[in-house]
Design a protein around this ligand. Structure first.
Ligand SMILES: Nc1ncnc2c1ncn2[C@@H]1O[C@H](COP(=O)(O)OP(=O)(O)O)[C@@H](O)[C@H]1O
Ligand SMILES: O=P(O)(O)OC[C@H]1O[C@](O)(COP(=O)(O)O)[C@@H](O)[C@@H]1O
Length: 312
């Protein structure tokens, strides 16, 4: 069982327009609403591929109720923690040439009691779980070490923790020794304080996060695929997509596939890449089902000296 935690879930509103012109009224060609937030997407991808999962989410106001209804309608086991603040909406505007403009609301603050209620929910669901996966931005006012505290708590409980975070929450979590972190290129660069332009830069930065405490680093690199740096060394892979539809949720699908395949080594990386590529071929933040996933396009490099060759 994989328990996901989304402290800042969202209704993901995807709007297709012919052309987005700032400062003008544009009539949309179509629009859709999906349940969102990074942990939510991980659970959505896992469920779509029949991997057992529970999504722990905060839920506030009518939008929070709609989020829970959408998830339950998709058959996802949800542990919703009621909160006073309204659940946010994240808007993605897509133009025919593939240009995507995304505006994410910050979300509403959580009170101390609400954070305690979330902790109790995760604790209850984590009983017997193989992973707790904490993903996404933190609502305003939530301490940036919240994921770190989760890592410390579950380390003593023998439950593995994966973190997909941005900003100060990522280095704080790394220092608490998570089993796995899943930064994208920008998050990796921010965590090490230098650009990550090449795959070699990503490997070097991932090695630094391991030295600082992370057990394994699954670094996603957009169209350049992903690299995995763990106790077995460095593995890199790609899964090219000729006509990307939407990259929203691709990182979450990559993480879900990696976890579903055992979260270690080349086979798990390959599965994550296949799920990530499948998500990119789908519109909005649709998560791939078994029929969407193509494993033949995945290329994995497992040369033993790969790390040195990429960094040199
Ligand atoms: N343009 C693309 N072509 C092919 N695969 C892609 C593309 N964009 C993303 N992916 C896949 O999705 C994964 C996650 O994408 P990325 O943008 O790095 O993460 P995030 O969504 O977390 O920012 C990548 O590792 C890759 O496997
Ligand atoms: O594209 P990614 O990084 O896989 O995640 C997509 C998800 O992240 C979100 O953009 C939220 O991200 P934040 O929590 O960082 O604001 C959601 O709208 C969307 O469901």
């Amino acid at each position: 069982m994989i328990v996901t935690l989304t402290l800042n879930p969202s209704l993901d509103r995807t709007i297709d327009v012919d052309r987005l012109v700032q400062g003008t009224m544009t009539r949309a060609r179509s629009a859709r609403i999906d349940p969102g937030g990074k942990g939510v997407n991980v659970s959505r991808a896992l469920l779509a591929n029949r991997a057992p999962t529970v999504a722990v989410v905060t839920s506030g106001g009518a939008d929070g109720e709609q989020l829970v209804r959408l998830l339950e309608g998709d058959g996802i086991a949800v542990h919703a923690v009621p909160v006073a603040g309204r659940t946010r909406s994240n808007v993605t505007i897509v133009e025919p040439d593939g240009v995507v403009t995304k505006v994410n609301e910050p979300g509403e603050p959580l009170s101390r009691d609400e954070l305690d209620a979330v902790a109790d929910a995760v604790l209850a669901e984590a009983e017997g779980a193989s992973w707790v996966v904490a993903c996404g931005s933190l609502p305003p006012g939530v301490p940036s070490d919240i994921y770190a505290r989760l890592c410390e708590f579950f380390a003593s409980a023998g439950v593995r923790v994966a973190v997909d975070a941005s900003g100060p929450a990522l280095p704080a979590a790394v220092g608490a020794g998570p089993h796995l972190v899943k930064p994208n290129r920008d998050e990796l660069a921010e965590a090490v304080g230098r650009p990550v332009a090449s795959v070699g830069d990503a490997v070097e930065a991932a090695c630094e996060l391991r030295e600082r405490g992370a057990g394994a680093v699954l670094a996603s690199l957009g169209a350049d695929g992903a690299v995995l740096v763990d106790e077995d060394g460095v593995t890199a892979g790609t899964a090219p997509v000729a006509e990307p539809r939407s990259t929203v949720g691709a990182g979450d699908a990559l993480l879900a596939g990696f976890l579903a395949a055992g979260a270690r080594g080349a086979p798990a990386l390959a599965e994550g890449l296949a799920w990530g590529a499948a998500a990119v071929r789908l519109p909005a933040s649709r998560m791939p089902r078994p029929g969407d996933i193509r494993r033949d396009i995945v290329r994995i490099d497992t040369r033993p000296d790969l790390g040195r060759s990429l960094i040199a």
